[in-house]
Design a protein around this ligand. Structure first.
Ligand code: PAF
Length: 280
């Protein structure tokens, strides 16, 4: 496994791989890795000759400085985990390597960013668009792998790939869950022991809403049931519960074709903001 910190070392290493005709799979992360990330690497290993994983806590996508300061940083642990799944290259640049000058470029993802995470975290998707574009230029992958847990991020990056003609295939992989249903997330490490026992209630709420929709309740009724359920859990503050089309992310009033309906929610649990979704 090669571990590089600079763009020039990364480019040099990958140009040799490319000259040898090797395809490149890319898994961008912010570290604090869990099985969800490792599944992305494992999937990439089956589809590409070389797998690159980046670890970079990207300051431009945090709209809350405390959230950025608190974000877990566990590079040694992450490297050891990546080695176990056969990662070929780790790219872990510094902030100045990624942003030698403050970036001023602005993206507009239209109605994809006026809802849910975009509405609650102004500037977040601009930062994601910026860093992912830079990473795509640096790695030049044939395929890039993202987890469904960040469904809105996947939709935004799909548009980025389309509008900027990045020559790569974007692959969305299923959310990986703990045995009690909690979606794996780097932020789960920030939960207290008590909060960790409460956190799976978000998946329970999504499951409740999904079953209601399948029983022909309206999205509005399903959303009301989730609001009511969460309101009875004093540890949580619900940010949103939306029933949307998986591609447009716009609210829907009836079930879509199979695989096109998504229930998405975000809630605050103590100091930790959790998001989750179910696609069906
Ligand atoms: O999903 C993440 O971990 C980040 O948003 C990403 C895609 C690595 C960009 O910083």
């Amino acid at each position: 496994m090669h571990h590089v910190n600079t763009v020039s070392a990364l480019r040099q290493h990958l140009s040799t791989a490319r000259l040898n005709g090797h395809s490149i799979g890319f898994v961008p992360t912010m570290g604090a890795l869990h099985q969800g990330h490792l599944n992305l690497v494992e999937r990439a290993k089956t589809e590409c000759d070389i797998v690159v994983c980046s670890i970079f806590v990207n300051p431009t996508q945090f709209n809350n400085p405390d959230d950025l300061a608190r974000y877990p940083r566990t590079l040694d642990e992450d490297s050891a985990l990546l080695e176990t799944v056969g990662t070929d290259v780790i790219f872990s640049p510094s902030v100045t390597e990624m942003y030698p000058e403050p970036a001023t470029l602005r993206f507009d993802f239209g109605n994809l960013e006026t809802v849910m995470e975009g509405a609650s975290r102004p500037g977040h998707f601009n930062g994601v668009g910026l860093v992912v574009s830079k990473l795509f230029h640096m790695v030049q992958p044939d395929r890039a792998y993202f987890g469904q847990k960040d469904l809105q991020q996947v939709a935004v990056i799909r548009r980025l790939v389309r509008d900027l003609s990045f020559p790569l295939e974007l692959i969305r992989c299923d959310t990986v869950r703990e045995a009690d249903g909690l979606a794996m997330s780097s932020r789960n490490r920030l939960l207290s022991a008590e909060e960790r026992t409460q956190a799976p209630m978000l998946f329970d709420a999504l499951t409740l809403a999904k079953n209601m929709l399948l029983d022909e309740y309206t999205p509005e009724q399903a959303q009301a049931a989730v609001r009511d359920y969460i309101a009875h859990q004093p540890a949580f503050t619900l940010d949103y519960i939306e029933v949307v089309n998986t591609d447009s992310l716009q609210p829907i009033i009836e079930l879509q074709a199979p695989g096109q309906t998504a229930l998405c929610l975000a809630a605050q649990l103590g100091k930790v903001r959790l998001i989750d979704n179910i696609v069906f």
